[in-house]
Design a protein around this ligand. Structure first.
Ligand SMILES: *[C@@H]1O[C@H](CO)[C@@H](O)[C@H](O)[C@H]1NC(C)=O
Ligand SMILES: *[C@@H]1O[C@H](CO)[C@@H](O)[C@H](O)[C@H]1NC(C)=O
Length: 406
């Protein structure tokens, strides 16, 4: 990958592809090597006389010694630079031997030999647990240390209920706390109604409004031009829609509507504002998945007949790329959606609120690049409360069919 090699005497200076902060230094090294090279070239060729061959040879060996010294210096600098880069990125900060780490985090990170020795099939000899490298960056590192400071096998600390959510928002997931007794809420222990009554009477507090609470109208009664209805989608699927995935599905209304139609939908949801969204979905008798859209989906390729989402496009992608504002960040999410969909499966982008026309074009281009068939496509301008100068927001709804690729 992007490497430049220079043959100098008998030594080789290799310039690995540089990151942003090191490229200037590399340039400096490169020019110093070239200068040295030119000097050596001059020295090798400028001798007019052949009488003093021995002295000449001595001079040449002196020069190549110097060159070798410079090359060693460059290589050492490169190694130091690489180390600094790793430290900046947080790779090496989670040394399990480090005394400031909470004991259970150390234990979690330490490698354990497999109890029955080497696994013959995989060749694995030890178990390795890891946390995301973003966990090591400030301020996630401090939050994680707080989160992991607990007594094993005792009740978990009653800490800040937002703490796990804060870590997840900093791409520090999955969370490594695994060895204390969780506190259950009174609502989680309450009796449940049998299915399917539980879908609309979960017997627990309604956590919010809109998709974050019980909503009995969505996908049944159209409210705006860009609304697509569940029964129209199922009719287009001609009985082939049996399992689906709702990304960022709030309180699970979509899965509830689908369950009424005998379609199984897994709902990924976060505890938005510290509210017990996952508990609520489970109370309805549905499957909650605590997962942010920035994680690779924990499903194998081509399993879903349907993937549905309303707002994941702005939350997903790769946090390091500045949420989903860049095309690449959007691609991280969209290609993963594509991956879990089976060929012929549907991607339902539901009333996605685009920040403006440019955003809509970016999403459209990506959909077209993936060569999805547009079964439904509707755009509606968001009504503004007042005539502001803000970019006009748009609702984009689309029912798209994944093509069969070779
Ligand atoms: C070797 O280098 C010395 C100076 O260090 C110079 O005076 C001499 O001419 C050089 N000899 C040859 C053969 O290049
Ligand atoms: C769902 O499945 C049940 C049991 O198989 C069946 O009685 C019911 O009619 C189905 N509902 C729909 C909407 O297909």
């Amino acid at each position: 990958m992007g490497s430049v090699s220079l043959q100098i005497g008998d030594g080789t200076a290799r310039f690995r592809r540089a990151t942003l902060c090191s490229s200037a230094l590399h340039l400096l090294m490169l020019s110093s090597v070239i200068t040295t090279n030119l000097f050596a070239f001059y020295a090798f060729t400028s001798s007019p006389s052949s009488s003093s061959a021995a002295a000449h040879a001595r001079n040449i060996s002196l020069i190549s010694e110097n060159v070798a010294l410079i090359v060693r210096e460059i290589e050492a600098s490169e190694r130091r630079l690489h180390q600094i880069e790793r430290e900046l990125a947080g790779y090496d900060t989670f040394d399990p031997a480090k005394s400031s780490l909470p004991p259970d985090l150390k234990l979690f990170l330490a490698r354990h030999p497999l109890p029955l020795g080497r696994d013959a099939r995989s060749g694995i000899t030890e178990m390795v647990s890891s946390v995301a490298h973003s966990c090591a960056r400030s301020p996630a590192a401090d939050l994680l240390a707080r989160y992991m400071s607990y007594e094993p096998a005792a009740p978990c600390p009653l800490d800040d209920p937002f703490l796990p959510q804060k870590l997840v928002a900093k791409a520090c997931e999955p969370l490594p706390r695994r060895r204390c007794l969780s506190h259950s809420t009174a609502t989680a222990a309450a009796p449940r109604l049998p299915f399917p009554q539980s879908l609309w009477s979960p017997g627990t507090k309604n956590p919010g409004a809109g998709i974050y609470g019980l909503d009995k109208q969505l996908w049944i009664k159209p409210r705006r031009k860009s609304d697509i209805l569940i029964d129209d989608v199922l009719a287009l699927g001609r009985g082939g829609i049996r399992i689906g995935f709702d990304i960022g599905g709030g309180a699970g209304n979509f899965a509830a509507r689908m369950a009424e139609r005998n379609v199984t939908v897994v709902t990924s949801t976060l505890e938005v504002g510290g509210k017990p969204m996952n508990e609520f979905i489970a109370a309805r008798g549905l499957f909650p998945l605590l997962l942010s859209p920035s994680q690779r989906f924990p499903f194998i390729d081509s399993v879903f007949d349907l993937v549905h989402t309303m707002n994941a496009l702005d939350e997903g992608g790769a946090p390091a790329l500045g949420q989903a504002s860049r095309t690449e960040a959007l691609e991280f999410l969209m290609f993963d959606i594509d991956r879990v969909l089976r060929p012929g499966g549907f991607f339902w982008l539901d009333n996605y609120l685009c920040a403006g026309d440019e955003r809509k074009r970016m999403v459209t281009r990506l959909i077209e690049r993936l060569a999805y068939k547009k079964l439904k496509w509707a755009v509606e301008e968001k009504a503004e409360a007042s005539g502001t100068e803000k970019a006009q927001q748009l609702y984009l709804s689309a029912l798209l069919q994944k093509p069969a690729r070779g």
